[in-house]
Design a protein around this ligand. Structure first.
Ligand code: SF4
Length: 168
């Protein structure tokens, strides 16, 4: 059992329970505050402010996730902007539950792997949906992503070699 007590917080804008648009199946989606990507046509520019939302303790988010009993999505905003709290939360989830974790980020997968802290969060996720939203690549027929440049990446497989995307 991983230590479940921590004073760390994540600034949260919203939590959605039972959503089916942020990954496969019904999920608990955490929307964090803060994004520096500022994509043209962003569907959620109110999420850019790093001081937005309310700070919620990681252990309270974990209890919510356990109570909801669904798989989990980290989104925002960009969870990779301040990954420390999400790393703690992902460790709790992985060490104490069987939930899978999807994470949305505007960073490219290859760049995340070069960053010592962001890489830790990547390694705890099952799926990363990467890349900025590019309006000229927008495609409403895509599942779980807004523009064709974004990739739905199978993390465990991709860490072994070439990047492997889910068919969805
Ligand atoms: S990465 Fe996502 S939240 Fe951030 S600006 Fe781009 S579309 Fe908006």
């Amino acid at each position: 059992m991983t230590e479940l007590s921590t004073n760390n917080t994540i600034r949260i804008l919203d939590i959605k329970y039972g959503t089916s648009v942020d990954g496969i199946g019904l999920r608990t989606s955490l929307y964090c505050a803060g994004c520096q990507n500022h994509c043209l046509g962003c569907h959620n520019p109110q999420s850019w402010d790093e001081k937005g939302g309310e700070p919620i303790r990681v252990e309270d988010l974990f209890k919510d996730i356990v109570d909801a009993d669904m798989n989990v999505t980290f989104t925002g905003g960009d969870p990779m902007l301040h990954p420390e709290g999400f790393i703690e939360l992902a460790l709790m989830i992985k060490n104490n539950t069987d939930k899978n974790i999807w994470c949305y980020t505007g960073y490219n997968f290859e760049d995340l792997l070069q960053h010592p802290v962001r890489r830790k969060l990547v390694e705890l996720c099952d799926v990363i949906v990467d890349g900025r939203f590019v309006e000229s690549e927008r495609d409403l027929s895509l599942h779980f992503r807004g523009s064709r440049n974004q990739r739905v990446i199978d993390v465990p497989k991709s860490l072994q070699g070439e990047i492997c995307c889910l068919e969805c």
